[in-house]
Design a protein around this ligand. Structure first.
Ligand code: GLC
Ligand code: CA
Length: 553
């Protein structure tokens, strides 16, 4: 079983091909470039790559506007390069999951082109139309402030079409059985070419009812079961990782009460409250978020993350909490986006403070679930706020201090490389950090190794331990006769705690997993501990003979 649900103890790395590594010198990252960096990723210790969209696309939304589901954009290479790449990953024991963007297509997709030209076309009903402007056309925009409407008039079609996202992304009519059959075919195609599954884009919208008369969209959860069954028939260890920023009360609908829908979901609830905890030093709301998202089926797993390719969406916080995070991490208007979030990268948000970066990462790696890292965060890359919207956090990977950060031989990269200042490639790059044992890169490599040796976190049950302080978060995981305890001080001040590891009268010592500073219990079985500002600890309960004690089931 442990090997079968591989995603329970994986480390996922998210990258966008366009800005990772350019091998042919045209300024755009490509599969051959990525291929040559696989040993870097292997060395970092990640076990799964999540690749952003790479199919042919007008690239008006970073590839999330797909114009052909069965091919590779020629700027990135060929299908042949793709298969070489998945093979290269397989040789190194790295799995590949890819974005599956099926809520909408690009308006340049031949399906939409035919649908708009000819009302009699079989593709007409692949999209969502209305003869008149729907009353709710100015509601439900995903990108408020940039996107003005969810219905746009198409002259050629002489009708209005629905788009939950930008207007060049017409929504597919996912209720149409032919569309559903096509979606399965797309999944089957990429599985056949070597992927282990999909990061499913915009899941609540895919499964929602759509149409001019829909005032309150209703999710059709059965669709998720159909997807799940299909991928798992094609490949037993296939994974569906859902992007679904939903409320905890709906979690089980997405996982399936019997674990028969999505295997994994990003934990947006915990993500937002984690940033609140980092901003305020108060762990209370984060604990509430963890407890609210605790119920899940045995095979279900959370994806824990800090930042990704989108803005940090703070829409689920209270007004006051959101303001606290804005004040701490994105005080200027141009750092914020869509009235609800912050568009910056992690390192500049935390003012490049290494202690805070380690704290944030240590937390992410030890929250209940599987960690998902964003490329470049392992070296503490910055952002370029002069770029529009979310592009500020999508600049080329900083490989070295060579021209264009070693990303390309071209002097015209697809996105400008960050240069100069504290986050410029001259100072922040992988080559320099590789040589420095104390660098962020090497710290990340070590923490990944330790995280992989703690399957208790990915598999086990967690309990919140009492610390008597709102700024100190202590968790205990138990799994197969073994316990792991992690402690985080969110505050900028040192503090002293008395930790009760709560093991039913257990009086064992705590073995520190990251240093020689072990802890012995006092005569009441509690552990006195002094934590430095932003300090963190990872412990094993009991001795290092834990593997002898681990049970089989
Ligand atoms: C998801 C993606 C985002 C994209 C949107 C539309 O939210 O994460 O980058 O713009 O879907 O496909
Ligand atoms: Ca290229």
């Amino acid at each position: 079983m442990i090997g079968d649900l591989w995603y329970k103890n994986a480390v996922i790395y998210n990258l966008s091909l366009a800005t990772f590594m350019d091998a042919n010198g045209d300024g755009i990252g490509d599969f051959q470039g990525l291929q040559r960096r696989l040993d870097y990723l292997h060395g970092l210790g990640i076990t799964c790559l999540w690749l952003g969209p790479f199919q042919p696309s007008p690239m008006k939304d970073d590839g999330y506007d797909v114009a052909d589901y069965y091919s590779v954009d020629p700027r990135y290479g060929t299908l042949g390069d793709f298969v070489e790449f998945t093979h290269g990953c397989k040789q190194r024991g790295i799995r590949v999951i890819i974005d599956l963007v099926i809520n909408h297509t690009s308006d340049q997709h031949p399906w939409f082109q035919q649908a708009r030209k000819d009302p009699a076309s079989p593709f007409r009903d692949w999209y969502v139309w209305s003869d008149r402007k729907p009353e709710n056309a100015d509601q439900g925009m995903v990108f408020p402030g940039v996107q003005k409407t969810t219905w746009t008039h198409d002259r050629e079609a002489r009708a209005w079409y629905f788009h939950r996202f930008y207007k060049f992304q017409p929504d597919l009519n996912t209720a149409n059985p032919r569309v559903q059959a096509e979606l399965l075919k797309i999944m089957g195609f990429w599985i056949q070419l070597g992927v282990s599954g999909f990061r499913m884009d915009a899941v609540p919208f895919i499964i929602a009812t759509k149409g001019a008369d829909v005032t309150k969209p209703v999710e059709q959860f059965d669709m998720l079961r159909t997807f799940r069954e299909f991928v798992q028939w094609r490949r037993g260890d296939a994974l569906l990782l859902a992007e679904a920023n939903i409320l905890p009360e709906d979690d089980l609908e997405y996982f399936g009460h019997d674990g028969d829908r999505c295997h994994m979901m990003f934990n947006f609830q915990v993500n937002q409250h984690l940033f609140y905890a980092l901003a305020s030093g108060d762990g209370g709301p984060l604990i509430d978020a963890m407890l609210a998202t605790k119920p899940r089926p045995h095979s279900g797993q959370w994806g824990s993350f800090l930042r990704n390719h989108d803005e940090l969406d703070l829409g689920r916080l209270t007004e006051a909490q959101r303001q606290t995070v804005f004040d701490a991490f994105g005080p200027d208007k141009h750092m914020q986006l869509y009235d609800r979030g912050i568009r910056r990268r992690l390192a500049p948000m935390l003012h490049g403070d290494r202690r805070r970066l380690e704290l944030a990462y240590s937390l992410m790696f030890t929250l209940p679930g599987t960690p998902v890292i964003r490329y470049g965060d392992e070296i503490g890359m910055g952002d370029d706020l002069s770029l529009p919207e979310r592009n500020c956090a999508r600049t080329p990977m900083q490989w070295s201090d060579e021209p264009q950060a070693g990303f390309t031989k071209s002097d015209r990269p697809i996105m400008p490389v960050i240069s100069g200042g504290v986050f410029g490639y001259e100072r922040v790059n992988a080559a320099m950090q590789r040589r420095d044992p104390e660098s962020m890169l090497n710290w990340t490599e070590r923490i990944i190794r330790m995280r992989k040796e703690c399957p208790e976190i990915g598999w086990g049950d967690f309990r919140i331990l009492k610390t008597g302080r709102r700024e100190v978060l202590a968790l205990r995981y138990d799994w197969r006769n073994n316990g792991v305890v992690v402690v985080h001080n969110l505050s900028d001040k040192p503090c002293e705690i008395l930790l009760d590891v709560d093991g039913e009268g257990e009086r064992s010592r705590l073995v520190n997993l990251l240093s020689e500073e072990h802890s012995l219990p006092d005569d009441k079985g509690r552990h006195p501990m002094v934590l430095e500002a932003y300090g963190y600890r990872w412990f094993r309960v009991g001795g290092l003979d834990y593997l002898m004690k681990r049970s089989e089931g």
